[in-house]
Design a binder for this molecule. Structure first.
Ligand SMILES: Cc1cc2nc3c(=O)[nH]c(=O)nc-3n(C[C@H](O)[C@H](O)[C@H](O)COP(=O)(O)OP(=O)(O)OC[C@H]3O[C@@H](n4cnc5c(N)ncnc54)[C@H](O)[C@@H]3O)c2cc1C
Length: 394
């Protein structure tokens, strides 16, 4: 077996995909290349839903099947089994419903997360859970805490409920043998409050094993300092620190807000500075593996290859349980399957929820895949290559 990983090996990448599924994916990614179509899709879908047009089955068979594991846990079971049986890819069930910003909806999300915990505990192919802080509390509240703004009496009550939900999720995961929990990162103005809660949970639950993982967005230029802070927290408390490193998904929002409020944008000035910061963050975590567990959440082939190279240089085995690679369901299977084939730990986010409720998530995926320099042309190229390979290998 050659020493270098070939992310162009489509036979491995699409081993679990039928010809029909590949043709559907080719059609979808082809459509997503037309940016105007994606821009039109949002208002058209809204009109269709409001007019009660029966479009759910069409959505379910197309974009939903590409990017989501199912509408509920039972439907997801088939998707996570395929990932595992087809290439030992692990799954992270991601309840992708973005509900209303009210207490009933936050409680409903908590309830679903606790169900996911019960379900995942007994599935060896589901080692992580994940949640977005904004799913269990108002972003405005996280912002007020982060900025040190005094809370009213009712806000204090709401904040106590948020803390309670946060704790209940981490506590139930900590009670399992192997399950771990990742706290997704959102807008930077929510970070101080989220970090504080996440750190408290790490101190409480990361004593015996790494249960809680924080997310660090390295498009934020100052986040290397935060990694140093996390290392100190780990050392001082004799705990393990789990970190998911990502570049970050809220760039435009961050820049717009900075402009609007007249402060310096916290985002690295260009893509190459973000890449540099991401590499530096990854190197820092690898140099301190006595404290850190690393989950690298990226679709960037070079970033994955760099981590592979660094692991080799350090003599760290491919299957070291402190190191994880992560991608999203329906995207970059060429990275996921080829890494897993070499024995690296790979886990994919598997979003799920009722078709209508996951539409905001699906629209974001569509926008991401149709933006300039997007993934979709790469995905198309690989799918075409695989279809040709199958045609001529008969
Ligand atoms: C498993 C997984 C989990 C994730 N979890 C989170 C999460 O919790 N929070 C979150 O915010 N995101 C999350 N993401 C999304 C992630 O942050 C990126 O937005 C996405 O993966 C694209 O980055 P990349 O490294 O895959 O690819 P690349 O294409 O190499 O990088 C694109 C990214 O580079 C940065 N960038 C692009 N242009 C510029 C520019 N001009 N200046 C500065 N920076 C620029 C942006 O962050 C952009 O998203 C997750 C992704 C994955 C795969």
């Amino acid at each position: 077996m050659s020493d270098t990983i070939n992310f162009n090996n489509t036979e491995i990448a699409f081993g679990t995909r039928t010809k029909k599924e590949l043709l559907r994916a080719k059609f979808l990614f082809g459509m997503l290349e037309y940016g105007w179509l994606t821009r039109m899709a949002k208002p058209l879908l809204n009109i269709a839903f409001k007019s009660r047009l029966p479009i759910d089955p069409i959505i379910k068979k197309t974009i939903f099947s590409q990017f989501c594991g199912g509408e509920n846990l039972m439907e997801c079971k088939a998707s996570i089994d395929t990932l595992y049986n087809g290439g030992e890819i692990m799954s992270i069930l991601d309840y992708s419903v973005e509900g209303a910003e009210n207490e009933a909806s936050f409680d409903q999300t908590l309830e679903t997360l606790l169900k996911i915990c019960q379900f995942s505990e007994f599935q060896k192919q589901v080692p992580f859970m994940v949640f977005k802080p904004s799913g269990i509390g108002k972003l405005e509240l996280f912002q007020k805490i982060s900025e040190g703004t005094p809370l009213s009496i009712s806000e204090t009550e709401e904040w106590n409920k948020v803390k309670n939900r946060f704790e209940l999720i981490c506590q139930s995961v900590a009670k399992t043998d192997n399950l771990k929990i990742m706290v997704d990162a959102e807008e930077s103005w929510s970070h101080a409050a989220v970090d504080q809660l996440t750190e408290e949970m790490m101190v409480k639950y990361n004593t015996r094993r790494t249960v809680v993982f924080a997310t660090v967005q390295l498009y934020l230029s100052k986040k290397l300092d935060y990694l140093q802070k996390l290392k100190s927290l780990g050392k001082q408390n004799h705990i393990k620190i789990g970190v998911k490193l990502v570049r970050g998904a809220y760039m435009e929002k961050e820049r717009d807000r900075a402009l609007e409020h007249g402060y310096e944008s916290p985002i690295c000035e260009d893509k190459s500075s973000t890449d540099q910061n991401f590499n530096n963050g990854c190197s820092y975590v690898l140099e301190n593996l006595d404290v850190f567990d690393l989950f690298l959440g990226t679709h960037n082939e070079l970033s994955c290859l760099q981590l592979v190279k660094k692991l080799k240089e350090k003599g760290i085995s491919n299957s070291d349980n402190r190191i994880w690679f992560g991608q999203l369901y329906g995207m970059s299977d060429n990275i996921s399957y080829n890494l897993a084939e070499r024995g690296y730990n790979v886990a994919k986010y598997v979003p799920f929820g009722p078709v209508r409720d996951v539409m905001p998530y699906l629209i974001r995926r569509a926008e991401e895949n149709s933006s300039v320099g997007s993934q979709s042309s790469r995905e198309m190229e690989l799918i075409k290559k695989e279809l040709l390979r199958r045609k001529y290998s008969k």
